[in-house]
Design a binder for this molecule. Structure first.
Ligand code: F3S
Length: 428
């Protein structure tokens, strides 16, 4: 094959079939992918673990299962153990006979066999299904400077920005190939140059900006560029504590889904911004000023896709990306408090909080678990997006505080405060 990038003798040997035809195809794919983005070489993946984005056994994905089987048959498990995105179905999540029929007979019919393939390829444990693999409880926590081969957009932007690791916004399968080969193409966000900010975002709000709306505004403005955000530490502090990390998780997922951001720098807070300050800003960077009115404008621009927008919501999802342990505890306190104030015992609509299985396990060991259960909220490990992919779920009136879920489905966005009001007091 024709290629311009520099390959080491070992990489070249793999490309030439030293470890078999399947490995050669894996490397060829990575080379072609790198060439398309102008990569100059391959660099070793250095993180302890990988993470795969494709976690669901959707019936129509036959090529993926065939490809996975070819890798397994060739004895090519991942060099790294990996975690994977959340599972699509949980019997605890409110559903009905027809929806379940679609889930189990038409949609995720390959889940069991696909789970088996994932195990054979290097899935670290049956509990490792979450998009927030970087939570302490889950343990896939890259170090600063680590080179990763991940694809889940919310995890990539978190790892790059909050942890200071280096990863491109790869697509599914490519990330597995990088983990199998042990190297990834050198371009974009794994290079120093690619990590420079081409946008300066000045946050000039008079109240704490909602993480998911601020992220959405920035994502829609800068698209795939790197923003350097000033003025946010006035609201979230200069310590990367649990609060700040949870805020940045939700903020980042919105930048990555409402735009295509893979890395952001927060002045005075995220590791590279703390270390390098404004030297991270590229020459001629553009400026975007965000105030309360701008956030309101962005929020009001979201389309409402319900057939009957005036009708009451029927289901609520909180936890996309998956909630942290602290967020779960805070939501529990807030729901209990809200219900007390409104004189109600249970949430007014079926409500599902989602978190990583390991986070749910930890939560269930605390006193909060019983409190949350008493409110009627369901705690689950699913990905709400995969639930919403069910055509029957799409027809329902679902609300969420997730801008990612809002973007990809018919669910309707409300801020966390509004969601709390709706589920504890009744429809707006
Ligand atoms: Fe995670 Fe699914 Fe949302 S993967 S970020 S819960 S769409």
């Amino acid at each position: 094959m024709d290629y311009k990038m520099e390959l080491t003798p070992e990489q070249l040997a793999l490309l030439n079939g030293e470890q078999g035809e399947t490995m050669a195809k894996v490397v060829k794919t990575l080379v072609m992918y790198g060439e398309a983005f102008g990569a100059t070489k391959m660099i070793p993946v250095t993180s302890e673990m990988g993470h795969l984005v494709t976690s669901f056994g959707l019936k129509v994905m036959t090529p993926v299962y065939d490809l996975m089987q070819q890798l397994i048959d060739a004895g090519l498990s991942s060099k790294q153990k990996f975690s994977v995105d959340p599972k699509p179905v949980d019997p605890k999540v409110p559903s009905n006979f027809a929806k379940n029929l679609v889930f189990n007979k038409f949609m995720y019919t390959k889940q069991d066999s696909y789970d088996e393939q994932l195990r054979k390829l290097g899935l670290v444990s049956d509990e490792a299904y979450t998009c927030t693999c970087y939570m302490n409880e889950v343990g896939n926590l890259p170090k600063k400077g680590d080179i990763l081969s991940w694809a889940e957009s919310s995890a990539v932007v978190y790892a790059n920005s909050v942890l200071g690791a280096r990863c491109n916004r790869n697509s599914g399968i490519i990330e597995l190939f990088g983990s199998i080969a042990g190297f990834v193409p050198y371009f974009g966000l794994v290079t120093d140059e690619g990590r420079k900010a081409t946008w300066i975002v000045e946050v000039k709000c008079k109240k704490k900006p909602e993480a998911q709306v601020l992220g959405s505004a920035i994502g829609m403005k800068v698209m795939e560029d790197v923003p350097y955000v000033k003025g946010l530490t006035d609201w979230i502090g200069t310590e990367l504590d649990d609060d700040a990390k949870a805020y940045l998780k939700d903020f980042g997922a919105a930048t990555a889904s409402n735009g295509a951001v893979g890395l952001y720098h927060i002045e005075g807070l995220t590791p590279e911004a703390v270390e390098m300050g404004e030297s991270l800003i590229a020459e001629n960077a553009q400026v975007y000023v965000i105030d309360d009115a701008e956030l309101e404008r962005v929020k009001n621009s979201y389309p409402v896709m319900w057939k009957k927008p005036d009708k009451a919501p029927q289901l609520c999802f909180v936890g996309c990306p998956h909630l942290s342990l602290q967020q779960l505890k805070e939501w529990t306190d807030n729901v209990c408090e809200g219900l007390k104030k409104s004189g109600k015992k249970k949430v007014t609509i079926p409500t599902v909080f989602t978190a990583a299985p390991a986070v749910c396990d930890e939560f269930n060991k605390t006193e909060y678990a019983a409190k949350l259960a008493a409110t009627g909220v369901t705690l689950s490990y699913i990905c709400p997006l995969m639930y919403m992919n069910n055509p029957l779920a799409k027809m329902g009136r679902v609300i969420t505080n997730s801008n990612k879920l809002r973007t990809y489905t018919t669910s309707r966005y409300y801020t966390s405060e509004e969601i709390l009001d709706i589920i504890t007091k009744g429809a707006k």
